[in-house]
Each structure stands twice: as C-alpha cells, then as structure tokens.
Write a protein that binds this ligand. Structure first.
Ligand code: 5RP
Length: 239
C-alpha cells in the first residue's frame, strides 16, 4: 500500500515550532512571552506544563495586552519589565526571517513591547513556519510596520516614505475599520510595502530611528539567537 503523504497545516507547523521552543524553558526562568498566533501556541504549552507540575517558578513578561490576557487565563505568574528587568529567555514569532536571522516583526501591532522584552532577554528564540523565510527583509511584499506617535502622523508618514534608505517603500497608515489602528501604547502604525527587499536593513533601521516621533520599527536586527523553523518535512533549528 502506498504511504499517504500528510500535508501539515500552517497552524500545525506553527504549533510544532512553538512546542520545540518550549523545550528551552526550564523551571525558575523569567520568560518573555511573545505575541501572535505562533507565540500563542508556546504560551498555551507553558501554561499546560505549569499546570501539570512539569515547570515550576516561572515568571512571564507579556509583550502585549492580548498575551497578558492569555497568560493570565492560563494562570502563568506575570510581571512587568519594571519588576523583572532581566529575562532568561523570550519566545516569539516573526513575519519575515532572512538567512542571517534578521527579522521583521509587528504585523500583529506589538512591535514596541516585543522589542523591549526581547532586548531584555539573554536568549531570544524566534519561532516560524517555513512561509516566513525570505532572502531579504521586505521581500515578502507584505508590511514592514513602524510605530509612530499620533501627533502629526501624516508628517511622519511622509518622512518615512521619503527616506532614501527605504527607497521604493510605499507607506500606509494601518486602519481598523474606518479608524486608525491604535497600539497598546496608544500610538499609530505605518506599514511600509516594498517591491524589492530593503537593500541595507541596518541603514534603514538607523534612518527610521533618527526620526523624532517614530517610536520604533519592525526591523529586529542582530537580535535572534535561535530560530526554529517548522517545515513540512521537519523542524530546523538555526543558531
Ligand atoms: C506581532 C508579531 C508577530 O510575532 C508576528 O506578526 C507573527 O505573527 P504570527 O505568529 O501570527 O504569524 O510581530 O506584533
């Protein structure tokens, strides 16, 4: 009998990556808890392992209100970065991952808290399914998000649109229905869309950060320590 080829759904791949990442979690750790559908599988698993006693003395620092609510409902003890400024490990998803493990994050709108928490972590484990792999950041033709203050948002949208380091990027204010999308930090998001990958992501990151009123951007460069990629033919761990 010919063996049937089993095609795993994207959700199943996300769960596999998330569960693999949870193998890095040890009792007593202070953890950064990511945001998004992939990270949610990791948070669920951590909650389950705490409940059955496999893990003990975990403290989680959530990267969004959504993750805070999920972790709270699972009984995961929580703290803020003010209370726990150094974390052992953060687990989070990403929107794009390049071959050097530079990533784009923030399509879920949580980039600022994610970046703060992940920079405060000794190890950042990024979890993705294979659809997130790109040759160059911006290459998926989907959004590269930038969080900006609400004040004079058009002014900053135009400045982002005209940065030479982001040449070719088309800037759009993120909307939710007929109103601008508002982040957990009461800011707006400008999404930048590229036809070609960004030529020099480090230069682009520096240029965006130099604009007053730009709070932070979705380029997470030189931050990922371990990337777990779930593919239909198995899990790959890149360090
Ligand atoms: C949220 C994020 C997410 O990690 C990113 O959007 C990936 O999400 P998902 O796991 O749902 O594909 O950066 O701000």
């Amino acid at each position: 009998m010919a063996s049937a080829e089993v095609k795993l759904s994207q959700d199943e791949l996300k769960k596999q990556a998330a569960w693999k990442a949870v193998e890095y979690v040890k009792s007593g750790m202070k953890l950064g808890l990511g945001t998004g559908s992939t990270a949610a599988f990791a948070v669920d698993k951590i909650g389950q392992l705490l409940k059955d006693g496999t893990l003990k003395d975990i403290v989680g620092v959530p990267t969004s209100i959504r993750t805070y609510e999920q972790a709270l409902s699972l009984g995961i003890p929580l703290a803020t970065l003010d209370e726990v400024p150094e974390l052992d490990l953060a687990i989070d998803g990403a929107d794009e991952v390049d071959p050097n493990l530079h990533v784009v994050k923030g399509r879920g709108g949580a980039l600022l808290r994610e970046k703060m928490v992940e920079l405060a972590s000794k190890k950042f484990v990024c979890i993705v399914d294979e659809s997130k792999l790109v040759q160059g950041l911006g290459g998926s033709k989907d959004a590269m998000p930038v969080e900006i203050v609400q004040f004079c948002w058009k002014y900053n949208l135009n400045r982002l649109q005209n940065l030479p380091e982001l040449a070719g990027g088309k800037a759009k204010l993120r909307m939710e229905g007929d109103k601008p999308y508002v982040t957990d930090n009461s800011n707006y998001i400008v999404d930048l869309y590229f036809e070609e990958p960004i030529k020099d992501a480090h230069a682009a990151a520096k240029a965006m950060s130099s604009l007053t009123g730009v709070v932070d951007h979705g380029l997470f460069l030189d931050m990922v320590d371990v990337c777990i990629v779930a593919r239909s033919d198995g899990i790959e761990v890149q360090e």
